[in-house]
Design a protein around this ligand. Structure first.
Ligand SMILES: Nc1ncnc2c1ncn2[C@@H]1O[C@H](COP(=O)(O)OP(=O)(O)O)[C@@H](O)[C@H]1O
Ligand SMILES: Nc1ccn([C@@H]2O[C@H](COP(=O)(O)OP(=O)(O)O)[C@@H](O)[C@H]2O)c(=O)n1
Ligand SMILES: [Mg+2]
Length: 231
């Protein structure tokens, strides 16, 4: 079984940064320039982990499907794992359901355990972890339990209006895809996810992608990040 103790540090070089304001603080986000020499060579002895961040409806799941197809990753959606847990009638089911209904974040212990189980039962070593970490608590719990940091962090940057429109049109019968819960999810995203985005930006790991455009246009911005990896 893979298990990595030391983390891979800086994988990408950065040439351009953008400043923005959030909650009265100024943050700096790096626009990433990737090149083949900067991607570590993944090996079957250790996992290659990509965290996929972005607000609700920013297109995380859609782009993950494209990355899986092109680069042979295993897609682990934290939201899907939690929904599966509800459907399975697990002891945590009712707490998870009410948390999702309220647009809040499920305790990290639950989510990390589900992610860990998926990773450990997979034959693959390339993982896309979608919708996680959504808070600093999520991030720290993963680091402590799995004992490693992500190799790559993607952040799909999408205007709120566009995210609301997409979620309301999603039609997957989700209990949280209604206007009241979306408002709550966007508030929680602003409050809890930005510190995570800022953390990875400061560590030089963040790949910010403008998520406005067609699915294929956005994937053409994602592709170069993984191009050095074979399928
Ligand atoms: N680039 C895009 N333009 C328009 N609609 C999109 C785009 N990407 C995804 N969608 C649609 O928006 C909705 C939300 O996408 P999804 O991938 O589920 O986002 P997330 O996982 O970030 O919530 C889905 O119905 C999806 O088909
Ligand atoms: N790391 C996570 C991921 C999702 N969730 C919960 O699951 C809900 C749906 O997550 P999701 O990733 O499927 O949602 P989208 O961003 O894809 O729309 C979130 O709004 C949270 O309530 C969580 O608590 N912790
Ligand atoms: Mg999703």
């Amino acid at each position: 079984m893979w298990r990595r103790v030391a983390s891979v540090s800086h994988l990408f070089s950065h040439s351009k940064s953008t400043k923005f304001n959030q909650g009265g603080s100024t943050f700096k986000i790096w626009e990433t320039i990737t090149s083949e020499s900067e991607i570590p060579t993944p090996s079957k002895g250790s996992p290659f982990i990509t965290f996929v961040l972005g607000g609700p409806g920013s297109g995380k799941g859609t782009q993950c499907a494209k990355i899986v197809e092109a680069f042979g990753f295993t897609h682990i959606s934290a939201g899907d794992l939690l929904r599966r847990e509800i459907a399975s009638g697990s002891a945590y089911g009712s707490v998870i359901l009410s948390t999702i209904r309220e647009g809040k974040i499920v305790p990290s212990q639950v989510t990390v355990q589900l992610i860990q189980k998926e990773m450990e039962s997979s034959d693959n070593y390339k993982f896309l972890i979608d919708g996680f970490p959504r808070s600093e608590e999520n991030r720290k719990a993963f680091e402590q339990t799995i004992g490693t940091e992500p190799d790559v962090v993607l952040f799909f940057d999408c205007p709120e209006q566009e995210m609301v429109k997409r979620v309301l049109n999603r039609n997957q019968g989700r209990v949280d895809d209604n206007i009241d819960t979306i408002k709550k999810r966007l508030e929680i995203f602003d409050e809890l996810n930005w510190p995570v985005i800022n953390y990875y930006s400061l560590r030089g790991k963040l790949n910010k992608i403008n998520a406005v455009g067609t699915v294929d246009e956005i994937f053409e911005k994602v592709r170069p990040i993984f191009a050095p990896l074979s399928k």
